[in-house]
Every structure is written in structure tokens, then in C-alpha cells.
Design a protein around this ligand. Structure first.
Ligand code: GLU
Length: 449
């Protein structure tokens, strides 16, 4: 693990003291602080006015009860969260996650990451994140609707076009955003399209938003590969997950000539040496909302489903973790390196453990951290806000073009920053420093608030 600058040790100690029982939040903070030693050596003024301490403390944290009634008429209770982390660059912006693992520490780590990610897009958006420990798995549409309406009844007090603009994340897709937008509109008696992003095309959504995170990660890795005269063409790729990010990563990798041979869900993974049949994955996951085990059952011979196994056992040239935090461990990284992996692009938020990142970087594997590589989703959300504000609707080509340019710029910014700070090729350092400097400049200008 990288050494922490001695000036930053007390900052991390204080974050640890103040946020007990939140290991993911601490992990995310530690990684950024490890990169900042080089910044304060060059620009000591960034350590003034407790700026780094302030950046680690969310501006506001909201925790609320979400009561709702299931199909059997029973009253259920979940916990709702919105962490409004940093608004120096614009209204808080970031998704909502519905998953039983959600707690305040998870939402804080995501909000912290989001702040730097959003800064890297170069667009005027602050950082925030929200969610609930509600588990949508196995719930009827009517139950999901009642939950979303109750969740939004409280959340609506805290968000707004100029205040905080939520979107989707794990467990929150088009269906959930629709129900939440409907309830918000009803409560406010006002059509404020820009209050949520990831909306359907029939009511103010942006073309290419659904595809944006997966496409964006693929573009980022494409730029990274190009620095070593490489491309996706002919490469064997493994993608973890089979949700929105994974699906559109697989789609773009295929367009660029790569072959995705495996994907997964939390129960196991499927291996298809002929290349994963994406239409079938979309049908299983987006329409039927079933488990990925169905894939092998439907396809039959030539495909394998490995229950409980880790997808990182599958040899590949390029790995694209697109499921969830800490899904790729040191052990997995060692296996991937032994199997000859050349590049890793993180589609999920913080999917690789610190150990895994260290192993990749030591082995000379090109490594694209999530806060840079998966920024295409939120960047396209900001484009959706632009379209809503101007009451306009862009074509798919126009929107995807903007996304591609943004991803190229993020790549170049991270690469140039790493170079400038004496660590060429270290995209983790580049992303952390470039994101930090952007937020820090604005915070300095705004005074102690
Ligand atoms: N949840 C996504 C992320 O982690 C997207 C957020 C958004 O579009 O606001 O960046």
C-alpha cells in the first residue's frame, strides 16, 4: 500500500474516528489522500483552511424512514439515505441505489467518489448519492411503485433542479426513475424535468443515457490501450455483472472488435467461448428480470454456468469489473495477472480492492479507476440536464459524440496529470489529483462554507 504523507495522516485518523463502522468510506478516502501527498508538496496552499478535511466531510446527510405496503397488505419499513457531499461545482449529482447492502457508509463512499468523478467530467455538477436497503429482487411492479412513491415523498423535500439531481444506480433503472419522477411531479404540481436524470425518452430523458456508463468505460479503455498501440480488436474480454453497466460495456466492446466470453451476477457466472449472446442477456435481465443462470439453460451446449464461482477465474486480455464495490480481490488480481491480463477498466464504483489495484500496477497492467472510467454515465446525465434546461432533445449520434469526446478528455487529463506529478501511466493518481484540484480551486474561491 502507498505511504500516506505525514501531514495527511491526522486527516485520515480524524475521518476514521468520526465515521466508525464505515470501511468502504474509509477505503475511498484513504485512496484519495494517498494521491494528495504529491499535490501538497507542490501546492502547500491546498492544505490551508482545513480544505482537505472539509472535502472529506459531507455537506449534509439525510436519513429517513420509508414505510410502504406490500402486495399482501403488510406494512414494510426500509431506510432511505441521501448524502449531499459537495456542491462547490454545481448542484449535488449522483445516483440512487436500492440494494440490501446499502447503509450510510456505502452511500458516503459513493458520494465521495462521485464528487471527484463529476469534477473530472468538466461539467458543472457537485457530488451526492442516495439509496435504500430496499431489495427490489422478486418484488412486483406494484410493490416497486409504492416503495418509490414513499421514498420520493420524503426525498422531494431535499432535491431540486438547482439543489440536487438524483439518477439511477444498482437496483434503480428506468422503471424506478419513472415512478419517482411521477411522484415528484405530483407533489410539486410542477413539471421540473431536470430534477432527475436517467428518465425515459417519452418524458424528458436523453438518448444514449442508458448506454453511457458502459460505452464510456469502453471508450476510456480504448484510449488507454491506444497509448501502447493496442486496441480491442481480437481481444478476449471478461465483464463482471449483467446489469446496465455490464450490458452496454459488452455491446461497445463487441462493436470495437473484442469478444466478451463471460459475464456474471451475484449467484455465479456464464462462460460462452463463442462470445456472449447479448440479445439473450438483455432479454433475461432487462425484460424477464431473471438470474444469469437462465442463459446457459436456454443456450445449452457450448455454454457453461458456474454457480458460486468468480468470473475472474476466466483467462482474458481485458477485464472490465462492472458489478459492485470490492468484487475483485487481491487473489483475483493475481489470477488475472497469471493469466496474462493487459488492461482493467472499472465500470462499477471501486470494484477492485486496494490490494488488487496494487497487484495490477506492480505487474504493469494498465488500470483505469472507476472514478474516471465510469464517468460517462453521470456525464451524460449532465447532458440530459442541459437538454431539459433548454427544452431540447438531441439525436443519439450527437449525444454519443459528446460522450466520446468527454471520455477522451477525461483520459487525457488523468494521463497528463499523472505525468505532471511524476507517475506516468498511474491513472489512479492522475484521476484523484485532477478531480481534487478542480474541486479544491472552487472551494478555495467560495471561502470557508
Ligand atoms: N450512478 C451513476 C454513477 O455512479 C450515475 C449517476 C448519475 O447519472 O447521476 O456515476
Amino acid at each position: 500500500m502507498t505511504q500516506l504523507d505525514e501531514k495527511l495522516e491526522p486527516v485520515l485518523d480524524e475521518v476514521a474516528r468520526r465515521n466508525p463502522g464505515e470501511p468502504e468510506f474509509l477505503q475511498a478516502v484513504r485512496e484519495v489522500l494517498e494521491s494528495l501527498g504529491r499535490v501538497i508538496a507542490k501546492r502547500p496552499e491546498y492544505a490551508d483552511d482545513a480544505l482537505i478535511e472539509r472535502i472529506c466531510e459531507p455537506e449534509r446527510q439525510i436519513i429517513f424512514r420509508v414505510p410502504w405496503i406490500d402486495d399482501k397488505g403488510r406494512v414494510c419499513i426500509n431506510r432511505g439515505f441521501r448524502v449531499q457531499f459537495n456542491s462547490a461545482l454545481g448542484p449535488y449529482k449522483g445516483g440512487i441505489r436500492f440494494h440490501p447492502s446499502v447503509n450510510v457508509g456505502i452511500i458516503k463512499f459513493l458520494g465521495f467518489e462521485q464528487t471527484f468523478k463529476n469534477a473530472l467530467t468538466g461539467l458543472p455538477i457537485g457530488g451526492g448519492k442516495g439509496g435504500s436497503d430496499f431489495d427490489p429482487k422478486g418484488r412486483s411492479d406494484a410493490e416497486v411503485m409504492r416503495f418509490c412513491q414513499s421514498f420520493m415523498t420524503e426525498l422531494s423535500r431535499h432535491i431540486g433542479v438547482y439543489t440536487d439531481v438524483p439518477a439511477g444506480d444498482i437496483g434503480v433503472g428506468g422503471r424506478e426513475i419513472g415512478y419517482m419522477f411521477g411522484q415528484y411531479k405530483r407533489l410539486r404540481n410542477s413539471y421540473e424535468a431536470g430534477v432527475l436524470t436517467g428518465k425515459g425518452l417519452s418524458y424528458g430523458g436523453s438518448r444514449a443515457r442508458t448506454e453511457a456508463t458502459g460505452y464510456g468505460n469502453t471508450y476510456f479503455v480504448q484510449s488507454m490501450l491506444a497509448t501502447q498501440d493496442q486496441s480491442f480488436d481480437g481481444k478476449r474480454v471478461v465483464v463482471s455483472g449483467s446489469g446496465n453497466v455490464a450490458i452496454y460495456t459488452m455491446e461497445k466492446v463487441g462493436m470495437l472488435g473484442g469478444t466478451v466470453v463471460a459475464c456474471s451476477d451475484s449467484n455465479g457466472y456464464v462462460l460462452d467461448e463463442n462470445g456472449i449472446d447479448l440479445d439473450l442477456v438483455k432479454e433475461i435481465k432487462e425484460v424477464r428480470r431473471e438470474r444469469i443462470a437462465e442463459y446457459a439453460r436456454i443456450k445449452g451446449t457450448g455454454t457453461h454456468y458456474i454457480a458460486g464461482g468468480t468470473v475472474w477465474d476466466v483467462p482474458c486480455d481485458i477485464a472490465m469489473p462492472s458489478a459492485t464495490q470490492n468484487e475483485l480481490t487481491g487473489k483475483d488480481a493475481r489470477k488475472l495477472v497469471r493469466n496474462g491480463v493487459m488492461a482493467v477498466g472499472e465500470g462499477a464504483n471501486m470494484p477492485s480492492t486496494p490490494d488488487a489495484i496494487h497487484i495490477f500496477q506492480q505487474a504493469g497492467v494498465m488500470f483505469a479507476p472507476g472514478k474516471a472510467a465510469n464517468a460517462g454515465g453521470v456525464a451524460t446525465s449532465a447532458l440530459e440536464m442541459q437538454q431539459n434546461a433548454s427544452r431540447d432533445s438531441w439525436t443519439f449520434e450527437q449525444t454519443e459524440q459528446r460522450l466520446a469526446t468527454i471520455m477522451r478528455n477525461i483520459h487525457d487529463t488523468c494521463a497528463e496529470t499523472a505525468e505532471e506529478y511524476g507517475a506516468p501511466g498511474d491513472y489512479v493518481l492522475g484521476a484523484n489529483i485532477a478531480g481534487f484540484v478542480c474541486v479544491a480551486e472552487a472551494m478555495e474561491a467560495l471561502g470557508v462554507i
